[in-house]
Write a protein that binds this ligand. Structure first.
Ligand SMILES: Cc1cc2nc3c(=O)[nH]c(=O)nc-3n(C[C@H](O)[C@H](O)[C@H](O)COP(=O)(O)O)c2cc1C
Length: 187
């Protein structure tokens, strides 16, 4: 039997979703699948691979103020018919601050993936929400205002104040691995 092939498309702002997309590709290869990963920001619309040559598609997005990245929105909007007529399996995941809080996890898992894709008319087979990155160091991709807003939001949700210059990775790598392995099984 030939190797199964998956496509992973993602949109990131601060790097968390990019790391998850890379990890899922690595896990795919370790499990005998072929994986191609594309940052939608760098993928011209005429270079999108032909979905029919693949067994599965995963789309991942960063969440900011409840929204995917503009590249993810554009990709889904522009390719809705091709995605819906794709005969393999489709999954969607997000990296989101609220996903790391057990009290809001179930809500945002559905709201940012299944509900958001349904609103655009896209049906997906599989979805999850992972925690994000709160990187307050100097090398962070966040600007000062974003750092400030995220610090306030995280204090409101966790009750704790994040330290200046701290690097907080709220992604649960076991959860991410389980998500990937379950997705590979349904292909
Ligand atoms: C200005 C700002 C707004 C945010 N808004 C939300 C939000 O509405 N919901 C949420 O769950 N997380 C929110 N977050 C947290 C991000 O989802 C988190 O930083 C995640 O790592 C983003 O993914 P990325 O690193 O791939 O860009 C926000 C973060 C910032 C800086």
């Amino acid at each position: 039997m030939s190797e199964k092939k998956i496509l992973i498309f993602y949109g990131t702002r601060y790097g968390a979703t990019e790391g998850v997309a890379g990890k899922i590709a690595e896990l795919a290869r370790e499990n005998g699948l072929q994986a191609e990963v594309y940052n939608l920001k760098d993928l011209p619309s005429d270079k999108i691979p032909d979905f029919n040559n693949y067994d599965g598609i995963l789309i991942g997005s960063s969440i900011k103020i409840g929204q995917w990245t503009k590249d993810v929105k554009k990709f889904v909007g522009n390719n809705i018919d091709q995605l819906n007529s794709f005969i393999g399996k489709k999954g969607f995941f997000v990296c989101s601050g609220y996903a790391s809080n057990p009290e809001s996890y179930e809500k945002v898992k559905v709201e940012y993936t299944k509900d958001a894709t349904e609103k655009l008319g896209l049906s997906i087979d599989y979805y999850d929400a992972f925690g994000g990155l709160m990187d307050f160091t100097e090398t962070s991709r966040m600007g000062w205002l974003e750092k400030k807003l995220l610090k306030v939001a995280s204090q409101q949700t966790t009750g704790e104040k994040a330290e200046d210059d701290s690097y907080n990775d709220l992604r649960d790598w076991d959860q991410i691995e389980n998500f990937a392995l379950e997705f590979f099984k349904i292909l």
